[in-house]
Write a protein that binds this ligand. Structure first.
Ligand SMILES: Cc1cc2nc3c(=O)[nH]c(=O)nc-3n(C[C@H](O)[C@H](O)[C@H](O)COP(=O)(O)OP(=O)(O)OC[C@H]3O[C@@H](n4cnc5c(N)ncnc54)[C@H](O)[C@@H]3O)c2cc1C
Length: 456
C-alpha cells in the first residue's frame, strides 16, 4: 500500500528521522507516516525538493532545472495523486515523438524526427524505418532488426551504449541524431560511457507498447508545486515534525539503540531509525564511522557526479508558437522548452546535459551563445532581453557502464540506518522516479524491520 490515509502517532514517540526533503526523503516520510510511524524530517534548505525544486528568479517561476517525465514514471504520478495533485492537470502530456533541429556551421538548417503513429512496436518500427531514409535498404533493415533486439533482447554484459549500438548495426548518422541526444537526455552521460543496462531498461519501460507509459510529460506547474510543497503540507498536517533550514552535521549510533543527530544551531535529535535521503556526497560525509558501513561508503563514493545547466532566456514578446519540446543538434543547447506551459510566456528553457563536457564559459557568454544559436533556427525569436544560467554540478550520478552493480541498497550494514535517493534505485538513471522509488523502498525496509509491514 502506498496511498493509504496518513495516521497520527503519539507525540512523545521517538521518531524515524528522515534527512533531506528531496523527492526521495518526502516519499519516504509520507510512507512512514502512512504506516503509522512517528517521523521527523530535517532539511538543510529553506524549500523542499532538493535537485527538483522551484526557484523564483527575476519575478518569474523558474526551476533549478527544467525537468521532463515520462508516463512510465508511475510512482511519481502515484505520489502526486496521493498529495492531491492531479497529473492530468499538472503535466502537459505529449504522445511519444522526437523532433530535433540541426544547424552546423556551413550546413543548412536541417531536422530529424521520429514520429510514430503510436508507441506500438509496429508503428515505432515504421517510424524508425522512415528515419533511416538516408541509408541503403540492407543497412536500413539491419538497423531496424538491431533496434528490435535492443528492445527485446536479454540484457547481457553492461557495455557502453555506443558499443551496444554498434553491435545492433545502428548507423553513425542515426546514432548522432537520435541515440546520442536521447541517451544524454535520459542518462546525463554520453553514449561512449553510458550504461547499456540502465538505458535499455528505460527504453523498455517507456516503449513497452503501452501508450500511457510512452507519453512525454512536461510540467505545467513549478516543480515545488508538483509534489514537494503539497507533500510537506501533508506531513505537517499529519503531525510529523518538519524542520526546514536545519542542517544535520552528524549521526551517532547510541549504545542503547537508536541514533542521535547533531543539528547545526539546534539541540540534538533522538531517532529510532534514520533514513539518510541526501545526495551521495552529503551521505558519505554523514555516515557514522563504522566498519559495518564500509561497503555503503564505497558504493556511494563510486557513483561520481555529472552536471546539468539550464539556460533561461527572457524575450520581450511572449513566445507561444514553439513546440513544447525541440531537440537541438550540434549546438551548445540540447533541448528547448518554452515556459508558456507553466505560465511564463516570456521565458524559454534550454537544457545542457553533461555540461562538464562543454567548454567552460561564464554565464553571460553561455546564454548569449545559446540565444544566437536559437535565433538562427527560429529567426522570429529575435534577441532575449535577459538570460540566466543555473548549473547544478552534481545533478546526477555518472551513469557509466558497470555502475548499476556498484550502487548502494537502501539497507546499510548498520541496523536502523537506511539510505534513500535516486542513487539507490537499481536499474534507473538519476531521476525523480528513481528518487521516489528509493524513498518508498527505504520506508518499506523500515516498516519491515520494525515488524509493521510484511512486504509490498
Ligand atoms: C538540472 C537538473 C535537471 C534534471 N532533469 C531531470 C528530468 O528531466 N527528469 C527527471 O526525472 N529527473 C531530472 N533530474 C534529476 C532529479 O532532479 C533528481 O534525480 C532528484 O531530484 C533526486 O532526488 P533525491 O531526493 O534523491 O535527492 P536530492 O534532491 O538531492 O535531495 C536531497 C536533499 O537533502 C538535503 N540535504 C543535503 N544535506 C543535508 C544535511 N546535511 N542535512 C539536511 N538536509 C540535507 C538537500 O538540501 C536536499 O533537499 C534533474 C536534476 C537536475 C539537477
Amino acid at each position: 500500500m502506498t496511498d493509504g490515509p496518513l495516521r497520527a502517532s503519539p507525540p512523545d514517540a521517538v521518531p524515524v528521522a528522515v534527512i533531506g526533503a528531496g523527492w526521495a526523503g518526502l516519499a519516504a516520510a509520507l510512507q512512514l507516516v502512512r504506516d503509522g510511524l512517528p517521523v521527523a524530517l530535517v532539511e538543510a534548505a529553506a524549500v523542499p525538493g532538493g535537485r527538483g525544486r522551484s526557484l523564483d528568479l527575476d519575478g518569474a517561476h523558474l526551476d533549478n532545472g527544467q525537468h521532463i517525465l515520462v508516463g512510465a514514471c508511475r510512482q511519481v504520478l502515484a505520489q502526486m495523486r496521493a498529495v492531491g495533485v492531479d497529473p492530468q492537470d499538472a503535466l502537459h502530456a505529449l504522445p511519444f515523438a522526437l523532433s530535433l533541429r540541426e544547424r552546423r556551421p556551413g550546413v543548412d538548417t536541417g531536422s530529424f524526427s521520429l514520429a510514430p503513429r503510436s508507441a506500438r512496436p509496429r508503428h515505432l518500427a515504421a517510424a524508425l524505418y522512415r528515419a533511416l531514409g538516408g541509408e541503403t535498404p540492407p543497412r536500413r533493415l539491419a538497423a531496424l532488426f538491431g533496434a528490435a533486439r535492443m528492445l527485446t533482447g536479454t540484457p547481457g554484459e553492461d557495455l557502453p551504449v555506443a558499443e551496444w549500438l554498434r553491435r545492433a548495426h545502428q548507423p553513425p548518422a542515426l546514432i548522432a541524431r537520435l541515440w546520442e541526444p536521447l541517451c544524454l537526455a535520459v542518462m546525463n552521460t554520453p553514449v561512449a560511457e553510458a550504461s547499456t543496462k540502465i538505458f535499455q531498461n528505460v527504453l523498455r519501460q517507456t516503449l513497452r507498447g503501452n501508450q500511457r507509459d510512452a507519453r512525454l510529460l512536461i510540467p505545467r506547474l513549478p516543480l515545488g508545486a508538483l509534489f514537494p510543497e503539497p507533500a510537506l503540507a501533508r506531513l505537517r498536517a499529519s503531525g510529523a515534525e518538519v524542520r526546514m533550514s536545519t542542517r544535520v552535521t552528524g549521526i551517532a549510533p547510541l549504545a542503547e539503540g537508536g541514533f542521535e543527530l547533531t543539528l547545526r544551531g539546534g539541540d540534538p535529535l533522538r531517532a529510532r531509525q534514520v533514513v539518510l535521503a541526501t545526495a551521495p556526497r552529503a551521505a558519505v560525509r554523514l555516515l557514522p564511522e563504522s566498519e559495518a558501513l564500509a561497503p555503503t561508503r564505497r558504493a556511494l563514493s563510486a557513483l561520481g557526479a555529472r552536471s546539468i545547466c539550464t539556460v533561461y532566456l527572457r524575450y520581450p514578446r511572449p513566445v507561444v508558437d514553439l513546440p513544447p519540446l525541440t531537440g537541438l543538434l550540434g549546438q551548445h543547447g540540447q533541448w528547448l522548452l518554452p515556459r508558456h506551459l507553466i505560465g511564463e510566456p516570456h521565458w524559454l528553457a534550454v537544457v545542457i546535459s553533461a555540461a562538464e563536457m562543454s567548454p567552460a564559459a561564464d554565464a553571460r557568454s553561455r546564454w548569449e551563445r545559446v540565444a544566437r544559436e536559437l535565433s538562427a533556427i527560429f529567426p522570429q525569436l529575435g534577441k532575449p532581453d535577459r538570460g540566466r544560467v543555473i548549473c547544478e554540478h552534481a545533478a546526477t550520478f555518472d551513469a557509466r557502464a558497470g555502475i548499476d552493480d556498484l550502487r548502494p541498497d537502501v539497507r546499510t550494514g548498520l541496523s536502523g540506518l537506511y539510505l534513500a535517493g535516486d542513487h539507490c534505485a537499481h536499474g534507473l538513471p538519476s531521476t525523480l522516479e528513481a528518487a521516489v522509488q528509493a524513498g518508498l523502498q527505504a520506508a518499506t525496509a523500515v516498516g519491515q524491520d520494525v515488524g509493521l509491514v510484511a512486504s509490498r
